[in-house]
Design a protein around this ligand. Sequence first.
Ligand code: ADP
Length: 605
Amino acid sequence: MRADPVQRAIDEDLVRVLYAQNPIAFFTHWFAIAVLVSIYWVDMPYPHLFAACFGFYAVANFAALGLWLCRRRWPNAMTARNWIRLHAVRGVLLYSAPGLAIWFAFHSRQADLPVLHTVMLVTLAAGVFMSNGFDLLNFSTGIIFVLLPAIVLLFGSHNFDRTILAIVLAFFFCAINVYAISYRKLFQRVVQARVDQQQLAESLAEQKHVAEEASLAKTRFFAAASHDLRQPLHAIGLLAASLNDVAVTQAQHGKTAAHIVHNVEALNQLFNQVLDLARLESGVTQVIRLHFRLDELFERVGSQYRPQAAAKGLALRIAPTTMVVHDDPVLLERVLSNLLSNAVRYTEEGAIWVGLRRGGRRDGGYIEVRDSGIGIPAVEQERIFEEFYQVANPQRDARQGHGLGLPTVRRLVELLGGELRLRSAPGRGSVFRFPVRVGDPGGIVTSLSDTVVTGPSAQGRRVLCIDDDPSILEGLTRLLGRWGCIVRGARDETLALQALSEGFVPDAVLCDFQLANHRTGAQALTAVREALRRSGHEGAVMLLITGDMASGELATLAAQGIPVLHKPVTPARLRRTLEILWQQAERDGAAGNLATASCPLPASR
Ligand code: ADP
């Protein structure tokens, strides 16, 4: 028996149709009682037994009506399946009396009574078929009692006519069973089609709801984003215009310039947050897992926020841990930074606690960031993960953030394969928690503090830059030149290959994603790598720089572990990325093959 929704729907429909016939059946059975009593009236054999049998038939008929009333009154008193079973019991009681009563016909002096009774039974059998044929249990219990005693007695009477009648009746019995099978199949198909249609309608309604929600969310997103972006732009415009005012003193000019710089920084920060989210949405953010000591990460993030916490008189407590985790340190750092910055912002007194709790994934644990701050009301605890949503900043004061931190954190944690949990109550602080994977101390290849402080030097490194924009190529050449690199610029793949053929063997290849002539950076890097491999130089690290956000090709590259930096790339980001890539390449001893996912990419993603 299927316990799926279709079977449940079939059962529910069955109960409905089985019980729907009962009031008519009540009168039909009274008619049968009346007809049978009238044809036996002339010569009633064993009158007491006959009266008992037909008395039982009448009582069973009332009981059937009672059952119908019960079902109408208390439809949920039992499951659909049990209502069906009870209906089958009713069938046994109700049909056994007329079915077995044919025995009286064979003990009557009226010769035609067996035939008359049989005709009556065939009529009843047709009724059983019509009203119970949809269900095997109800149909078989009913039909057996109506027809089998007659067939047995007719066969046993050793009379030619009656034997013929028995054969016809047996044939009828088989035929009606075969028809009932098709009847049941048809019924199941009809119900199945109805359920499918219903499910389709529900899923369409659900999809429509999701699409409407998404559209609303996007509208809210753009409204808030355009407001938050326009504010500093507006300020910059006004401040810049005031620079033309000749009456303004040098000191005031200095102040205005400082304000402009401040607004540009705010704009830049907001852009970066929006771009971070867009990268996460488009699936190009790579997860690069490393084995590293969690306390190093804690310390790194802690040292960033300790001064801010101290300035507000808050204690920032970091619980010591010896755990080695296997996770992406860059993404984890972004998660922790966001949570800690919120904890400091929304706590006025008490302490902030960062630590690891053991449990969860095999020997893994959860990182918890707790604060004793203002807390978050239960009704807001889902909404704060929506883009640009803030609990108490109706003026959208940019100094209080933009409402992008938690949506980013949630997506980052999901990208790392976990779930962000929140426990909070107004006035009692908040606890954010997410899982980390346990790592292997033997697998530690790099210390997080090393990667920040001492990367391999860029001095003397040979870098091949491929970009079709001359100004970017110029900028890169100057920047890398200042770091002591030997730079060769190429406007396209062909010129890059020419540089290689002229004997320029790079330590790094930086490539733009969108190149001229519909070529992509991915194609250029593949060609360069192939050329280097052929000439026996496989040590170059490769890096793709792009302004694209949602390209499918980028997502594929990211999934393959090819490092991708997103514009705008600051010099510091580029420097750190290159240093880490060189460091990793040196450690691996098989540098260059950056199409593998093993390279640690620093905080540049
Ligand atoms: P914001 O830049 O405004 O902090 P977030 O997305 O990080 O944006 O947070 C969204 C909202 O969630 C905040 O405006 C704040 O109301 C609430 N919130 C986040 N973290 C905390 C916290 N630790 N304590 C209290 N409220 C918080």
